[in-house]
Design a protein around this ligand. Structure first.
Ligand code: BYC
Length: 331
């Protein structure tokens, strides 16, 4: 539905800097202030469109690249039950990517352009997927912490001002909720297992805790896009607010698993009504998003290889479409 750009009506065009444009901008912001969704055919400032394409394409790429760390464990799952669950989860992530690409296409950018930007390294995707999945426990920790962080962020995005993005988020959040629970259930099983399984669980959480906190992006003071995105209600809560919500929710869940979180500064602050936590290694975060994380090259190379390996499918689909178009013309 979202991908059919042929349904779009031509949008009002006003000269840049003209009084007409100022009027359109005022009406646009008034709609946002009144919590009325912006739809694909509505007038929108060019910068709003660009911000959404940037964020939505980054989000879709994260879902697609995010299939890779878990994908490596499908053949090594310890039981048929775990294999089926993991396979379904990885497929869901692919589906999420498709919904969000479709939503982004309504803004006038083709899926091919967005994917080109991923393959050439121009577009970002979430930093978390540049870390390897080294143990079976990571399948649980990714569900618990990575999907948990993603839901915290996406519940807020489900209320974002752009209709197609917010609607895609509603369904995605339902599926992510299942992902988070399956991860936590896997970890509960490990937590009741042998000492070796308990150690594997603790080691996995030690490795993935800090990268999960980085998923929320830089601190508010260092986040160049936040102020404008909050004004446009693309973002409904700031990076730091969401990170704090995630930390507060995770502490009790870690206790229930009988594990510790790898942060000596983590403690309840009665005055704030929140947990205080230690300083994130921002040098590591910026290094990873610049392309120097442990798996950046591998992840992008896999995306390029999948595209090249799929060339025959695209050729066959084009030939099929041409054949049918010719038949329709002849009829
Ligand atoms: N990683 O001004 P800021 C999933 C970039 S997948 C990489 O705060 P913004 C799953 C940011 O792009 C779900 N880059 O930006 C899948 C910007 O760079 P540019 C993943 C990051 O956009 C499979 C610069 O830093 N979720 O659930 O206002 C298996 C300045 O940042 C990151 C999403 O993608 C990062 N962590 O806010 C399992 C959520 N953080 O573009 C699970 C959608 C920041 O200027 N995105 N950057 O070069 C968002 O909500 C927002 O874009 C962010 C950043 C909160 C991430």
């Amino acid at each position: 539905m979202y991908g059919d750009t042929s349904i779009q009506k031509p949008m009002k065009i006003a000269k840049s800097g003209s009084p007409e444009e100022a009027e359109l901008e005022r009406n646009f912001q008034a709609k946002i202030d009144a919590d009325i969704k912006i739809e694909a055919n509505d007038w929108m400032p060019e910068a709003y469109r660009k911000t959404l394409v940037r964020q939505m394409s980054q989000h879709a790429h994260s879902e697609i690249v995010g299939m890779q760390p878990e994908g490596t464990w499908v053949t090594r799952a310890p039981s048929l039950r775990r294999k089926v669950i993991l396979l379904a989860k990885v497929q869901d992530e692919g589906g999420h990517g498709m919904y969000i690409y479709s939503g982004a296409e309504t803004l006038g950018t083709s899926r091919e352009t967005m994917l080109d930007d991923l393959r050439t390294g121009k577009a970002k995707y979430s930093s978390i997927f540049n870390y390897p999945a080294l143990s079976w426990a990571d399948m649980g920790t990714i569900g618990w912490l990575v999907d948990g962080a993603a839901i915290t962020n996406q519940v807020a995005l489900a209320r974002c001002s752009y209709g197609p993005y917010s609607r895609a988020m509603v369904r995605i959040c339902k599926e992510e909720s299942f992902h988070q629970r399956q991860g936590y259930e896997l970890l509960i099983t490990l937590s009741k297992g042998t000492q070796e399984q308990k150690d594997m669980l603790q080691e996995s959480v030690n490795r993935l805790w800090w990268p999960s906190l980085m998923m929320f992006g830089p601190c508010d003071d260092d986040s160049p896009h936040s102020a404008q995105s909050m004004k446009w209600k693309i973002k409904r809560k700031s990076n730091d607010t969401l990170r704090q919500e995630f930390v507060d929710a995770s502490v009790g869940q870690a206790k229930f698993l009988g594990i510790t979180l790898p942060d000596p500064d983590l403690k309840w602050n009665e005055k704030r009504g929140h947990y205080d936590f230690g300083e994130i290694d921002w040098a590591e975060f910026y290094d990873v998003i610049k392309g120097n994380g442990p798996c950046n090259r591998e992840r992008v190379n896999n995306v390029i290889k999948a595209h090249e390996d799929g060339a025959w499918v695209r050729t066959a689909a084009e030939a099929y479409a041409e054949k049918h178009a010719a038949k329709e013309d002849a009829a």
